[in-house]
Design a protein around this ligand. Structure first.
Ligand code: PLP
Length: 419
């Protein structure tokens, strides 16, 4: 169906018009079935239309659709704050709700500025934090996100992300060098006493699906402690079981001061959140932030409660860890056969396969060809990375071994056909 009145600003991977989604599959009116390993860019972690989530939405829709939070406090918003409190560490105990990832990122920065009375923010090279003007200024994954929108808000400083594969060093050396560069930034461009927060995606998402080394995140935590800078983890994409833990920072034995959440929280309904300690939240002056819908729209709140319960009751984090290991092994075995497959990396069900040319340069042309071959074979995969040469693997957390086999076989055939 190409007759539509949509703005051309959206890019579209496919022209599929799905009429139904179930688990890991999308279906169209022509009877085609697609294996969806894009998961709505990491949103439908419980699979398309999980019955428990769908049922909860239906029930809530009959009771109360909107309970504006500055006016009333709805039952679903109380329940969600308590649910999030249970699944986050002790220092993350109060929650603010919004509608999108970018809004939650903005909220985390506003809280940081209020709490520290400092103005500057440090982000990492390759970051993606969203499309609003501030979030765009914090996004360094691709120039395309900024094209003709600059100048953007100031006070944002960029430090290198420890991407060992791209530097051609081992993880320790990369981590050490990147920390030195961060320290240099604090000496040369933004003094600690002017720096409110450092924000990091523990697994760089849009920037190429690159997990940060443990030593890096530990050093980051130490630097933040030393200078009273707040550490924000942007878990918009890596949260809610995606990496084989409820939140990705749990892999690193560190705790953030502010946790940013969205995507997987609502199984497809627009909802985002930030969490912090009550002490930190108490420094956010009443009335200085808010919004009409955040915390008031009960259907997304209910979907989020049902999503968290489903992740826990159906042990989806265990499945993410287990199937993630299997997917990683399967993809790594392909790397041995295809020299263009330069790197396979990730955590849980957040895995990147990066394509290079013979001289080691990025290979976006081959990446696109393979992605399209897979699409022809009814497997949906997204790409990412500054050079658009990484295919990202984000199946739903309910994925089975058979579905992974199905996807990896299609990928392998496509690699062969594109050689
Ligand atoms: N932060 C991260 C890590 C993301 O991956 C994204 C979206 O892809 C965002 C923030 C922005 O979220 P949204 O598109 O919901 O505004």
């Amino acid at each position: 169906m190409n007759n539509h009145s949509l703005s051309p600003v959206w890019s579209h991977l496919t022209k599929i018009v799905p009429s139904k989604g179930k688990g890991a599959y999308l279906f169209d009116d022509h009877g085609e079935k697609y294996l969806d390993f894009t998961c709505g860019i990491g949103v439908t972690n419980t699979g398309h239309c999980h019955p428990k989530v769908t049922e909860a939405i239906k029930r809530q829709a009959e009771k109360l659709i909107f309970g504006q939070i500055n006016t009333v406090i709805s039952k679903p918003v109380i329940e969600l704050s308590n649910n999030l409190n249970k699944i986050t560490p002790n220092n993350i105990e109060q929650f603010f709700f919004a509608n999108s990832g970018a809004e939650a990122v903005e909220a985390s920065i506003k809280l940081s500025k209020h709490a520290t009375k400092r103005s500057n923010i440090i982000v990492f090279q390759g970051s993606f934090h969203g499309r609003t003007h501030l979030a765009m200024a914090m996004t360094t994954a691709k120039t395309g996100y900024r094209l003709n929108y600059q100048p953007l808000p100031s006070g944002i400083f960029t430090a290198p992300f420890p991407s060992a594969f791209h530097y051609g060093w081992d993880q320790d050396k990369t981590s050490h060098w990147c920390i030195k560069q961060l320290e240099l930034l604090l000496k040369s461009q933004t003094a600690p006493e002017e720096t409110a927060a450092i924000i990091i995606e523990p697994v760089l998402g849009e920037g190429g699906y690159i997990p940060a080394p443990t030593s890096f995140l530990k050093s980051l935590r130490e630097i933040c402690n030393k200078y009273g800078i707040l550490l924000i983890t942007d878990e918009v994409q890596s949260g809610f079981g995606r990496t084989g833990k409820m939140f990705c920072f749990e892999h690193y034995d560190i705790q953030p001061d502010i946790l940013v959440m969205a995507k997987g929280l609502g199984s497809g309904l627009p909802i985002s959140a930030i969490g912090a300690s009550s002490e930190l939240m108490s420094r956010w002056l009443k009335g200085t932030h808010g919004g009409t819908y955040g915390g008031g729209s009960t259907i997304p709140l209910t979907a989020a409660n049902a999503t968290i319960n489903t992740i826990i009751n159906e042990k989806l984090i265990k499945n993410s860890e287990k199937q993630g290991k299997y997917l990683m092994e399967s993809l790594k075995s392909l790397k041995k056969r295809y020299s263009n497959l330069g790197d396979v990396r990730g955590l849980g069900l957040m895995i990147g396969t990066e394509f290079i040319k013979e001289n080691g340069e990025p290979n976006p042309t081959l990446t696109k060809k393979i992605q399209h071959k897979c699409l022809e074979k009814k497997l949906l995969l997204l790409s990412c990375g500054t050079y658009l040469n990484t295919i990202r693997w984000i199946p739903p957390l309910i994925v089975t071994k058979n579905q992974i086999d199905e996807a990896v076989n299609v990928f392998s055939e496509s690699l062969e056909e594109c050689e």
